[in-house]
Design a protein around this ligand. Sequence first.
Ligand code: HEM
Ligand code: HEM
Length: 176
Amino acid sequence: MMTTSDGIEMMTASEKYPKIMIYAHWLTLVFVLIAYFTSEAHIEDSLGGQVHVIAGGLVFIFFYVRLILLMWFKAQIPTVSYISELQKTAFTLMKGALYTGLFVVPVLGWFTFASTHESFDLLGIELPKVLFIPNVNFGEIHPIIANIFMTLIGLHALAALVHHFILKDGILKSMK
Ligand code: HEM
Ligand code: HEM
């Protein structure tokens, strides 16, 4: 915690996230960006489509990896104090929304895909038929939710920059 000259308590992180959580955090960003920038590719028959499914699948796997790390290193997560209740709520809601996106966006992508395909060759290997059972098509919901997710990530990144350059607290460094 840090106190400014006029006595306001700032939100600061006094320590860093464990190294492995930092790697997992930035790797997630890489996978999300790859999935996003390959999202307009034709899924069935293009390299971009293969990359979209692999990167999106890795995001899904990293949802679990990060949850496990979060529970495992619970005691080592940087402690944060808040300027206000509103800030605390916003912080918690954003974290919850980001975690939810890591799960929901790839799952919806898969649902869309499974409802329109009977099989798929990933890197030349045919995926098990059982993966194509969910036959629910939510229409355009995967791209819509994916775009909302990307907007939230943008806001989250912006908030990190505001903490670093304007509030000048240790929040960004805690994830570096
Ligand atoms: C974080 C992970 C993912 C992100 C950010 C993401 C993002 C997107 C976006 C933005 C689009 C719309 C592209 C356009 O404007 O045409 C899209 C389309 C699509 N994605 Fe994903 N996606 C992810 C994961 C997945 C996964 C795991 C699958 C599983 C196969 C998948 C399957 C599809 C399919 C089939 C489409 C075409 C849907 C359509 O044209 O209606 N996505 N994705
Ligand atoms: C340029 C992009 C990004 C920047 C600058 C950034 C920055 C940060 C910083 C500084 C923290 C530590 C403060 C805190 O605990 O909130 C953090 C935590 C966090 N970030 Fe990001 N982040 C970015 C991208 C992402 C992406 C793509 C995701 C995935 C959806 C994500 C999800 C999270 C989550 C869930 C936390 C809480 C700690 C945890 O549970 O791992 N961030 N981020």
